[in-house]
Every structure is written in C-alpha cells, then in structure tokens.
Design a protein around this ligand. Structure first.
Ligand SMILES: NC(=O)c1ccc[n+]([C@@H]2O[C@H](COP(=O)([O-])OP(=O)(O)OC[C@H]3O[C@@H](n4cnc5c(N)ncnc54)[C@H](OP(=O)(O)O)[C@@H]3O)[C@@H](O)[C@H]2O)c1
Length: 266
C-alpha cells in the first residue's frame, strides 16, 4: 500500500530513540523527509546518521521542547530544510514511577510542560500553515494511562496525558474542515527504551518493589490482554498510517495500540 508520503516534510519529536525513532525510520522508508527532534544532540545525531545510512532523508534539531519558542524553531527548521510541512508527530515525553505523595509541584509542572505545552506550541506553529495549504497530518502520542490513570507510573503522567488527549481533540475540531487531520495514538506499555534502558522504568519499579527487572517486565506483560508488552514498531506503524494520505477521513480519533486493554473500572 502506497502511503503517499514520498517527498513529504515531516517532524517527529522525541525521535532520538524509542517510539519516535521507530516512527522516523518508517516515515523515511516511505520516502518522507524527516526532522528528528530531542534534547541530547549526540544521541539525536547518531539516530539521524543511522537513518541516512539506511537511505533515508533525515536531519536532527537538538532542542528542549519545553522552551517557549521551541515550536516555532522546529517548524521553521523543517520547512527551511524540506519545504512546506506535511506531518507533525508529537512523541516526546517521559515518565517515572513515583508515589502520588512524592510528586512535587515542579514534578507536576514538568509533565505538564512536555506533554501539554510542548504539543500545544508545535501544533500552534504547524497547523495554520497546513490549513492554508489545505492539507496536513498531526499525531499526538498519548498513553493508555490517559484513559485510566496508571497505578504505577507518576500520577502527573496520566493526568497530563489525558490533557494531551483533550488538546488533540481541540485541534482536530478546529482544523479538520481545512484538511488538517489531528489524531491521537494511545499505546499501552511498550518493551522499548523507556522501560528497558538502564535506570528506566523496569529498574525503577524493581527497586521500589524489591523484585528483579525481569519480574517487573514479566508481570507487566502478563497483565496485557495479549500476554505481552507492545513493541515500538507496532506503535510506529499506526502513527505512520495516521500520517499518510490513506488516513484521509480520520480526525479527532484516539487509536489505542495496547493489545485490547479495557480500562479497569473499580
Ligand atoms: N514506552 C511506553 O511504554 C509508552 C506507553 C505509552 C505512551 N508512551 C509515550 O510515547 C512517547 C514516546 O515514548 P518512548 O517509549 O519512545 O520514550 P523514550 O524512549 O524515553 O523516548 C523519549 C524521547 O523524548 C525525548 N524528549 C524527552 N523530553 C524532551 C524535551 N523536553 N524536549 C525534547 N525532547 C524530549 C527524548 O530525548 P532527550 O531525552 O534527548 O530529550 C527521547 O527522544 C512518550 O510521549 C510516551 O509518554 C510510551
């Protein structure tokens, strides 16, 4: 299936690793030109070099998306390099696994800044131009914990992911009539860098519960309907489709990529 992405200018935030990098790789494989965004310039440059070596057209912009002018900088850089922006993927994010009472106001603000304000600023910078051209795609990567707050991850993560979902719907409603299709993707737990990296979620939860990281990963997988965690590629495939010309009548949607989890009602 031709996704109609050949030569299209795309931005993927959080693209130095994980779901963002997997998404950038898929978009490149479809012939898109991709601006990769994250903070750490070393990891980001290596990611862009990897995609270029694979035959893709990828460049890197190291920027902290919580900066007030970051959205404008990202969109300007993409358009200077590749021409009019066609697709924006807001994938940058983070969480930890702290108890509710441990979270300070600064912790809550940090979640709010990256999941809500950064997504708001990139969309504010990207959507009006897309609307003028009559076409565009925006995908906001939220989380299954936006629908049912996680009992394990930072409460501020679940709450701000829910807010990001609402923000996504606001932009979908505002821009659909002008050809800019905004959607959200809600992954369940993914066996990727966020969980598996050294000091990542598996290690943090293991330390708190006094069990091994393997036990954490096994029990997290076992709780999922398919009996396993998801993969970065599985999430990336859904994001790439929503960026494609084929997703021509999808707007305001939340596509779960969680193996069929149903939020628990207690
Ligand atoms: N992994 C999961 O189980 C899972 C499940 C549901 C939803 N999600 C969501 O999916 C998205 C991607 O997750 P992932 O698993 O790919 O995480 P990851 O592997 O930890 O990657 C996060 C990316 O975001 C970037 N980033 C973080 N803060 C940033 C900032 N202030 N400015 C610019 N870039 C920033 C990171 O690079 P730098 O640190 O260099 O900035 C990195 O590229 C996140 O929004 C996450 O909440 C993940």
């Amino acid at each position: 299936m031709d996704l109609g992405l050949l030569g299209r200018a795309c931005v993927v935030t959080g693209a130095s690793r994980g779901i963002g990098l997997a998404t950038a790789r898929l978009l490149c494989a479809e012939g898109a030109s991709v601006l990769l965004v994250a903070r750490d310039s070393g990891t980001l440059s290596r990611a862009a070099a990897e995609l270029t070596a694979e035959g893709g057209r990828a460049i890197a912009l190291a920027v902290d998306l919580t900066g007030a002018d970051a959205g404008e900088r990202v969109v300007t850089a993409a358009q200077e390099a590749f021409g009019p922006l066609y697709a924006l993927v807001n994938c940058a994010g983070f969480t930890r696994a702290r108890e509710l009472d441990e979270l300070t106001d600064d912790d809550w603000r940090a979640h709010w800044e990256i999941h809500v304000m950064a997504s708001l600023h990139t969309m504010q910078a990207a959507a009006p131009g897309m609307a003028e051209r009559g076409e565009g795609r925006i995908v906001n990567v939220t989380s299954s914990s936006a629908r049912r707050p996680s009992a394990t991850l930072d409460a501020a993560y679940s709450v701000t992911k829910a807010a990001q979902l609402s923000l996504s719907r606001v932009f979908a409603d505002r821009y659909a009539a002008r050809g800019v299709l905004v959607n959200a993707v809600a992954p369940g737990p993914v066996a990727g860098s966020m969980w598996l990296s050294e000091g990542g979620l598996a290690d943090e939860i293991a330390g708190r519960r006094g069990i091994s990281r393997e036990e954490v990963l096994e029990s997290t997988g076992a709780r999922q309907p398919r009996g396993r965690m998801g993969t970065e590629d599985e999430v990336a495939a859904v994001i790439a489709f929503l960026c494609s010309a084929r997703a021509a009548n999808v707007a305001g949607a939340v596509w779960a990529v969680d193996g069929g989890s149903v939020p628990t009602v207690s």
